[in-house]
Ligand binder design. Structure first.
Ligand code: ZN
Length: 231
């Protein structure tokens, strides 16, 4: 197996909640997947609206559902790092902290041939020192959020959609979780409402003004044994 490469890009971004941009666009982000049934349903919805999103995946879930990760990437979505076991990172020492990140970088690389370019800490819990360490040692910015519909409290689909629409501004980073059925059912109304406010949808890398995230020079093939080949 070839070694996992390091991210070669160098960015000044250490940690962001939203992005100051003149672009009328937001980033829809979904944490905690892939989930075996909810994530594919969400991918169907996003495809119907031609909306690209960013998925902050848990490494252990990637190991269980690699085919869902293949589909995400094949359909133009971005994959970000949401740690290996979803711990409260701010309580971890340096070694454990980096191990949580590195294991997920590695499994995403092994699964789809591309490295997550950003990391979202579970619960938004990360110390400033840890964000700087991640930036300095791994070249990975920490992405928090600016719109939180609190969907994990299960307030109901219409409330979730309404909170997402009302919070959306140019440069917003919108948080949701693709492991809850009501969240998935909220997404059509959320997309339509946000679009009706004149805002488009981009991935996290695009919102940051970077080139589109994804495997370079790779194309998806349908052969059952090999998911990606050099194109
Ligand atoms: Zn999470």
């Amino acid at each position: 197996m070839p070694p996992v490469p390091a991210l070669s890009r160098s960015h000044d971004v250490v940690s962001v909640n939203d992005v100051r941009t003149s672009r009328a666009a937001v980033a829809l982000t979904f944490d905690d997947g892939p989930h075996p049934t909810h994530t594919p349903m969400l991918l169907d919805i996003l495809a119907r609206y031609n909306v690209k999103a960013t998925f902050y995946v848990i490494g252990q879930n990637v190991r269980r559902y690699p085919e869902i990760l293949h589909r995400m990437v094949a359909e133009g979505h971005e994959v970000g790092n949401h740690t290996w076991t979803h711990p409260t990172l701010s309580r971890l020492g340096n070694g454990s902290f980096l191990r949580e990140i590195d294991r997920t970088q590695e499994i995403v690389w092994r699964t789809v041939g591309a490295l997550p370019a950003t990391m979202r800490p579970p619960y938004g819990a990360i110390t400033s020192r840890q964000s700087h360490m991640l930036h300095d040692q791994r070249n990975i910015p920490t992405i928090i959020w600016s719109v939180d519909p609190q969907d994990w409290r299960r307030p109901g689909s219409s409330v979730v959609a309404d909170r997402m629409v009302r919070g959306a501004q140019p440069g917003s980073v919108i948080l949701a979780h693709d492991i809850h059925g009501p969240t998935i059912r909220a997404i059509p109304a959320a997309i339509e409402g946000i679009a009706s406010r004149g805002l488009g949808f981009v991935t996290m890398s695009q919102l940051l003004g970077w080139r589109q995230w994804g495997p370079r020079g790779l194309r998806v093939v349908s052969a059952p044994t090999s998911s990606f080949q050099r194109g």
